[in-house]
Design a protein around this ligand. Structure first.
Ligand SMILES: Nc1ncnc2c1ncn2[C@@H]1O[C@H](COP(=O)(O)OP(=O)(O)OP(=O)(O)O)[C@@H](O)[C@H]1O
Ligand SMILES: [Mg+2]
Length: 262
């Protein structure tokens, strides 16, 4: 089976990779009725499971690297149905890269859709971890420091013959001092496939340990994740079906109060 996979990377840390990874996976499952596998490949400082409110795992990717386990032993289901491979929070002394490569290659052979959350930066070690993957999505904030690091990671990816599927600009507030989408496209030489605004609703969804797309699939930010998913899957997204009428929006406002109590 030919799998669809995408590694969510960034040059600069803290720009929103994990947020994008979980909402993209949630969009694939909510709007396209697919069952993606979400992997935490951040072996240094893993957060993915924490964002989903999952704290205790008998085995993780780190355990699989140390002992002989089955891949199915480290796949866990979130209450929303999302399947994840978490990482241990223990500090690792050394990584068995060849075993990791085999594990990831096997996953790509078995799974239809795989989303990989990565560590930040462009060290050699990171590219060793991500070696079996071909497709990369760069997340960046719309400032010139993030742009600088996005350019660096894009160059390294190209040198390594990887495919850059696009850029997601996160925490956009359309201020005059922000770097524009057009400038990103020109400098990084890749298409901006989604712009996610700076938003308290995203922060609240983190607080509620649930992807925003799952909490509120009608929200405009969720629909943007739907459009990013549509691009990755190369499938049509009937966004109009998920848009609400004026009256529905009023009801949504009221119900959102219960989703996101102050
Ligand atoms: N669009 C947004 N609006 C507001 N806050 C956001 C947005 N996106 C992410 N955040 C917040 O920014 C912080 C960093 O996000 P996240 O952990 O996803 O970044 P990361 O790139 O995965 O970080 P790391 O490099 O450490 O892995 C989190 O507190 C998250 O809630
Ligand atoms: Mg992260």
């Amino acid at each position: 089976m030919k799998s669809i996979h995408v590694c969510i990377v960034s040059g600069k840390g803290g720009v929103g990779k994990t947020t994008v990874a979980i909402n993209l996976a949630s969009a694939i499952s909510t709007y396209f009725k697919e069952n993606p596998l979400l992997i935490d490949a951040n072996l240094f400082n893993s957060h993915l499971a924490l964002y989903l409110g999952m704290y205790y795992f008998p085995y993780t990717l780190a355990s699989l690297l140390r002992q002989n386990l089955n891949i199915n032993d480290i796949i866990y289901k979130h209450p929303t149905g999302l399947r994840i491979i978490p990482n241990g929070i223990e500090v690792r002394k050394s990584i068995n890269f060849s075993k990791l490569e085999r594990i990831f290659s096997n996953i790509l052979k078995k799974e239809k859709i795989v989303i990989i959350d990565s560590p930040p930066g462009f060290s050699r070690e990171i590219f060793q971890i991500l070696k079996p993957f071909k497709n990369f999505l760069i997340v960046s904030n719309p400032d010139w420091i993030s742009l600088n690091d996005a350019k660096k990671i894009a160059e390294i990816l190209r040198n390594r013959k990887k495919k850059i599927v696009g850029i997601v600009l996160n925490r956009v507030s359309n201020k005059s001092f922000e770097v524009s989408k057009e400038e990103f496209e020109k400098e990084v030489k890749a298409k901006v496939i989604g712009e996610i605004p700076e938003s308290d609703i995203i922060k609240k969804s983190v607080h509620l340990r649930n992807p925003l797309v799952n909490l509120d699939p009608y929200n405009n930010i969720s629909l943007t994740f739907g459009e990013i998913a549509s691009f990755i899957l190369n499938k049509n997204f009937e966004v109009e079906k998920w848009k609400k009428s004026f009256i529905e929006k009023i009801f949504e406002r009221i119900s959102r109060y219960f989703y996101f109590p102050k």
